[in-house]
Write a protein that binds this ligand. Structure first.
Ligand SMILES: *Cc1c(COP(=O)(O)O)cnc(C)c1O
Length: 379
């Protein structure tokens, strides 16, 4: 037997309370059994998103939510700016291209955050209908400064800021309305502690205005239609009923902690992980503004990160994530988002030390663990 730990940046671990809630017999979605559940989660989603706007619930993975963002606010040939600082930024570029948009790709070195001033310059030089960005780029563990981008884009009446917040919402502060985040997308399988299968999307008033004129084709992902439905406590098509029941339970767990408590917990876990890895002589991949969702760790010269990732998984039952593309073999990624607490970090750090030592690398067992314990003890 081997006990398993899921410490990957999605899907993340699901609390037993949620698993049990989702195991109930099926109810019908057009019924009094289900409509009150939608009524409750739709209000809680506004709390989570820090918005007064409707948050639409889609039965899809996070990428479906991203696709809905594009299809609903843009028209063929529109010029857009897509910030590409990793695998998910690249996804914005590819999706926008697939939709026939005129994409101005801003390549950001992996491990770095975008310089908002550079985006401002581009926008001034040539207007764009939208700026696409990740709040947290999960492939590199870097957080882009969406607050500054929001303040900037707000001054351009015909430009929207579209934020992939899949690994950011419920991890760190994202003031959708206050910061001018026009379209915000998240998914169920990261900080919301649910299985994959739900995407959530909010649009600002400015974005709804652009949606009125947008002519890209859409059918399933018609957000206007979804808005009409969510206002009536339902969805346009059959929702992922069990996941929405699980979402209600997730809010029951999260709301008593409060947004500030949730953000503080992630901040603490992230800091403990980073400092522990550094104490163990490892380098963090994020050169600036590391995301509190996950920590991307570089392995020393001659140590294959893929081997570390595999040893964590096969020897100790701990699933983290490896590096993608040119980072394969160079980094591994430990998630501390969602259903994560003190001993998830301790477990991860202890296991990394044991794996490295087992591979013959010079590491003092317990050094990083001690550093993490000190940080987590302080609360
Ligand atoms: C997980 C994730 C997504 C969504 O991916 P899906 O596999 O479609 O759910 C999008 N963006 C980021 C930054 C993510 O971490």
């Amino acid at each position: 037997m081997q006990k398993k730990y899921l410490l990957a940046p999605g899907p993340t671990a699901v609390p037993p309370e949620i698993l049990l809630a989702m195991a109930q017999p099926m109810v019908h979605h057009r019924s009094k059994d289900f409509e009150p559940i939608v009524a409750s989660v739709k209000e809680d989603l506004k709390w989570l998103f820090q918005t007064s706007q409707d948050v639409m619930i889609l039965a899809s993975s996070g990428t479906g939510g991203m696709e809905s963002a594009i299809a609903n606010v843009l028209s063929p040939g529109d010029r857009v700016i897509a910030i590409n600082g990793g695998k998910f930024g690249e996804r914005w570029v590819k999706m926008c291209q697939a939709y026939g948009l005129n994409v101005d790709e801003v390549k950001v070195e992996w491990g770095q955050a975008v310089d908002p001033a550079a985006i401002e310059q581009r926008l001034k030089r040539e207007p764009a209908r939208a700026v696409f960005v990740q709040a947290s780029e999960s492939s590199t563990g870097v957080a882009h400064d969406v607050k500054t981008l929001g303040a900037m884009v707000r001054n351009h009446p015909n430009t929207l800021l579209v934020v992939d917040a899949v690994s950011a919402m419920g991890v760190f502060d994202l003031k959708t309305d206050e910061w001018g985040l026009d379209v915000v997308v998240t998914g169920s399988q990261k900080a919301l502690m649910l299985p994959p299968g739900l995407a959530f999307v909010s649009l600002s008033e400015k974005a709804w205005g652009m949606a009125e004129k947008a002519t890209l084709p859409k059918f399933y992902f018609n957000l206007k239609r979804e808005r009409d439905n969510i206002r009536k406590n339902t969805t346009a098509y059959t929702p992922a009923i069990s996941l929405i029941i699980g979402l209600q339970k997730a809010f029951e767990l999260l709301k008593p902690e409060g947004l500030d408590g949730i953000f503080a917990r992630h901040r603490r876990l992230a800091r403990a992980t980073r400092e522990a890895m550094k104490a163990d002589g490892l380098e963090l991949f994020a050169k600036t503004s590391p995301s509190d969702a996950l920590t991307a760790v570089k392995t020393p010269e001659g140590v294959d990160a893929e081997a570390v990732y595999k040893a964590l998984r096969d020897r100790y039952g701990i699933t983290t994530a490896g590096g993608q593309d040119h980072l394969k073999g160079k980094i591994f990624r430990i998630s501390h988002m969602g259903y994560a607490d003190t001993f998830d970090v301790i477990t991860a750090v202890a296991a990394v030390e044991m794996v490295l030592k087992g591979m013959g690398h010079a590491v003092t067992l317990g050094k990083g663990v001690g550093v993490a314990q000190e940080i987590l003890l302080a609360k």
